[in-house]
Design a protein around this ligand. Sequence first.
Ligand code: APR
Length: 229
Amino acid sequence: MTGGIFILSGAGLSAESGLKTFRAEDGLWEDHRVEDVATPEAFARDPELVQTFYNMRRAQAAEAEPNAAHQALARLQAAHDAPVYLVTQNVDDLLERGGARDVIHMHGALKDALCATCDHRWSAPMAMDVKDPCPSCGAPATRPDIVWFGEIPYHMDTIQEALEDSDLFVSIGTSGVVYPAAGFGQMARQLGIRTMELNLEASGGRFDEVREGLASTVVPQWVDEVLSR
Ligand code: APR
């Protein structure tokens, strides 16, 4: 028993900070079809639209404030007597701004830019432009450092090691439909790790325990329980 806790978060964690989740009833993400803004093909077809879309997401995230769930996870990480691994599918930095450290952004981050030609990474300006040259190689091929559909998520080796170092897997505010993140629960079960879901509504995945409710309520409650043991 390591005592380590592995937390996988999704858009539901940031919903109460005012950032929309992906799979709302209308099937659209901020009025766009996902395939028109979040795929490499979309970027090749219409880079202007994709940059504008992510510029808006970046501006929105900068205005948002961390909520009680982000803050509770940071508190858990600081006070727990074993590692707390924070793996997120979210591209905002609300966990960090809530006080968390070493957040593993498996789907990239709005605050970073990436050169599609030489893979150089740097801090994205608030508004990126398709004509901006890469600061390293000069190619006008700069893109948001976001993992789009069809691309391979980041830090998979670190994530595997973190899971192997944990006794508890907690899925927070994710619908669990996008792989490979959607398979982490099963990986945890295969490793004999206890699994738990905190979500507004149960996602339907297999977990040893499910607690339904707003992240800003159920996450702090659960963190208080863990820290009082
Ligand atoms: N508190 C807790 N959970 C919530 C809340 C809330 N206030 N609001 C919504 N939820 C839950 C929903 O019940 C749903 O299960 O958050 C989940 C959001 O699911 P999605 O919109 O599918 O988001 P996510 O699972 O993070 O998407 C995964 O898909 O489009 C891609 O790359 C993108 O990282 C994203 C990935």
